[in-house]
Design a protein around this ligand. Structure first.
Ligand code: GRF
Length: 207
């Protein structure tokens, strides 16, 4: 019997509006076979943890500063994921780089959402308002968001889906950020649902 659900951990660091969109979709039965079974924050004070609590989802903070080195931190992350029997990881505003052992363990099953049209405006330092400031400073006429599979490089790895938004004349970075975020809240649940469906649906063998 194929498994009918896919156990997902959502990793967060901040406000967690994307987490909120995923949990709302799950409530409305619009997340396909994906089930958020764990929320892990890199910061104890992240509002995303409150959102998880409000939805009755198990949640915890694992902060790097509680560990003596990267390896011990990564082991704690892997242990938490394994205890929750996590099959897929969704990065929703998670600001720490994942360790190589964790990435290898979940290779091809870690998704990230980025607030730009990758491969443009990604990489180290390209997060939050810096992304939208750079997009506007470059005179772009469109931006958007990207869901991609995570590999060892920041904001790199196969693109699964993108949404585009037009940039209006004189639009501020804050306005663009808000517009892109609206798209993120549609794109991430939809893409995660489709990704998890493909995981449990046997692929046809091309002959
Ligand atoms: C989003 O813009 C996402 O694309 C990026 O971090 C931000 C997280 O926002 N990776 P939120 O915490 O989901 O509100």
């Amino acid at each position: 019997m194929p498994e009918s659900i896919v156990r997902v951990a959502v990793l967060v660091s901040g406000g967690g509006s994307n987490l909120g969109a995923l949990l709302k979709a799950q409530r409305q039965d619009a997340l396909g076979p994906a089930r958020v079974v764990s929320v892990i924050s890199s910061r104890r004070d992240a509002y995303a943890l409150q959102r998880a609590a409000d939805h009755g989802i198990p949640h915890l903070a694992i902060e790097r500063k509680e560990f003596s080195d990267d390896a011990a931190f990564e082991s704690a992350m892997i242990q938490a994921l394994e205890e929750a029997k996590v099959q897929v990881i969704a990065l929703a505003g998670y600001l720490r780089k994942l360790g190589p052992t964790l990435i290898a363990r979940y290779r091809g099953r870690i998704l990230n959402i980025h607030p730009a049209l990758l491969p443009k405006y990604g990489g180290a330092g390209m997060y939050g308002r810096y992304v939208h400031e750079a997009v506007i400073a470059a005179g772009e006429t469109e931006s958007g968001c990207t869901v991609h599979v995570v590999d060892e490089e920041f904001d790199h790895g196969p693109v699964l889906a993108q949404s585009r938004v037009a940039i209006e004349p004189h639009q501020t970075p804050e306005e663009l950020a808000a517009r892109v975020l609206e798209e993120e809240h549609q794109l991430f649940p939809k893409t995660l649902a489709e990704f998890c469906s493909r995981l449990i649906t046997p692929q046809e063998n091309p002959r």
